[in-house]
Write a new protein. Sequence first.
Length: 80
Amino acid sequence: MSEGFTALLGDGMIQSFRGIGGIWACEIGEDAIPARDAIIDRGVVCRGIGEALALCPPLIITDDEIGTIFDTFSDVLKQR
């Protein structure tokens, strides 16, 4: 998960991220609800809290599924 958030940070799509174990969040610098709605519409469940997107993926998750999460985050955040 850290690698995915590091890539989003490096591409300037997020301002910061934090997480441990299965609980992660990233700051996007604006109201997170529109991004959350678009991410959910694409099949990835997350929460919008203020300017943060929070993510708690299943404890059993494949690398491909993690890739789908970050591809979806990237696609949505590019459109802002």
